[in-house]
Design a protein around this ligand. Structure first.
Ligand code: AMP
Ligand code: GLY
Length: 422
């Protein structure tokens, strides 16, 4: 099978690494990819926003299957255009991708199909939003409706913070994404990420993972895209997984089908495990980054037929087996991230991959043959171990072998799970 993978981050490197191991794979292309992925895939300099160019490439190379990594091309309708051109694509339609592209859309689906989530209201003007906030009181959560690169959410502990967030959104802090605002109830509990494939009717639960969103040790400092992750997430007990499938995932699958927008691809459900059980914080319609890095380390089965089945309505014919071991990944980021950081800083040395220890590239490039850091999140040092603590030791051994002066990482990835084991 000839496959095109769209994307260039650590998530896509992990997908490429796993896909390339498939006996069914004859050729893997990655657009645009990154230098780490060059081991597994041929990199192609396609402008992914140019759907016609992607279609032409797929026709020229006789591509059998396209896997879309990031959300932006999905929200922009790349999967629809490729399907219209006759290709098999992993990833939801533009309509179904509203589950990530519009927080208000998702809340309305939750309300209509009785999916547990915080109570909410949608607003297109500041004054009614503020009146609602005053009525509800703090803590309360204010969200820009659209895609805001992970920045549009304010978890307000005080009324003033919430009122300010409303003004900020409507003043254009998040551009068009903030033209509508969702105000929702604050949910108290432990967060977990849950991944589940869907072909529009059938669900296949994948493994669980937990991310570390804050930049600093002890979960301090500003929010980031994720500074590290591990799998499995102890909070997601088999009972919690079953309740999530029954109360959240299944009604979403049938609700989306019922609404004329069947969902195919991966649900990445951000959950809050509250005293009442799992509640939905948000959906993403693509794999998590860096959660995918740990999921791929633990996946025993061949990924390619599973993703293909999710894209061809045959998910009921496949299953996914997982290694019992835990996996943990540490993100190395450019100093300054999530704020401003220097670009093109040299990475002098990287450790060798071994069985159970893998360096994924997330934001690197080659300049004059030398490896440099180009992104905020740059490397994902990933280990597999019998316990989360073993996996952590392995991941940090990789971190310590990286020679990159401008890099930093958190030193406590996995603390919550390791604390539970102890
Ligand atoms: P989101 O971009 O929707 O994932 O939100 C970013 C982060 O804000 C989440 O990972 C949670 O930590 C927090 N958050 C979002 N919504 C809520 C909520 N209703 N209650 C408590 N925390 C929330
Ligand atoms: N790690 C969170 C995300 O992928 O959005």
């Amino acid at each position: 099978m000839k496959v095109l993978l769209i994307g260039s981050g650590g998530r896509e490197h992990a997908l490429a690494w796993k896909l390339a191991q498939s006996p069914l794979m004859t050729k893997l292309y990655a657009a645009p990819g990154n230098p780490g992925m060059a081991e597994e895939a041929e990199l192609v300099a396609l402008a992914v926003e140019d759907h016609a160019a992607v279609i032409t490439f797929c026709r020229d190379k006789d591509i059998d299957f396209i896997v879309v990594g990031p959300e932006a091309p999905l929200v922009a309708g790349l999967a629809d255009d490729l399907r219209d051109a006759g290709f098999v694509v992993f990833g939801p339609s533009k309509a179904a991708a509203q589950l990530e592209g519009s927080k208000g859309f998702t809340k309305d689906i939750c309300a209509r199909y009785n999916i547990p989530t915080g109570a909410y209201q949608r607003f297109t003007a500041a004054e009614p939003a503020k009146a609602y906030i005053r009525e509800q009181g703090a803590p309360i959560v204010v969200k820009a409706d659209g895609l805001a690169a992970g920045k549009g959410v304010t978890v307000a502990m005080t009324l003033d913070e919430a009122l300010f967030a409303v003004d900020d959104c409507f003043a254009g802090a998040f551009g068009a994404a903030g033209a509508e605002v969702v105000v929702e109830a604050y949910l108290d509990g432990e967060e977990a990420s849950f991944f589940c494939l869907s072909d529009g009717k059938t669900a296949l639960a994948l493994a669980t993972a937990q991310d570390h969103k804050r930049v600093g040790d002890g979960d301090t400092g500003p929010n980031t895209g994720g500074m590290g992750a591990y799998s499995p997430a102890p909070v997601m007990t088999p009972d919690m997984v079953e309740r999530t499938m029954q109360d959240i995932i299944q009604p979403t699958i049938s609700g989306m089908a019922d609404s004329g927008m069947p969902f195919t691809g991966v649900f990445f459900a951000g959950l809050m495990i509250t005293a009442k059980g799992p509640e939905l914080i948000e959906y993403n319609v693509r794999f998590g980054d860096p959660e995918t890095q740990v999921l791929m380390m633990r996946l025993k089965s061949d990924l390619l037929p599973i993703l293909y089945a999710a894209s061809t309505g045959t998910l009921d014919q496949v299953s996914a087996d997982w290694h019992d071991e835990a996996a943990l990944t540490v993100v190395m980021a450019s100093k300054g991230y999530p704020g401003a950081y220097d670009k093109a800083t040299p990475i002098a040395a990287l450790p060798q991959d071994t069985d159970g220890a893998k360096v994924f590239h997330a934001g690197t490039a080659l300049q004059d043959g030398k490896l440099v850091a180009t992104g905020g999140r740059v490397l994902n040092l990933t280990g597999l171990g019998t316990t989360v603590a073993d996996a952590q030791a392995r991941a940090y051994a990789l971190v310590d072998a990286v020679e990159w002066d401008n890099g930093f990482c958190r030193r406590d990835i996995g603390w919550r799970a390791i604390g539970r084991d102890a």
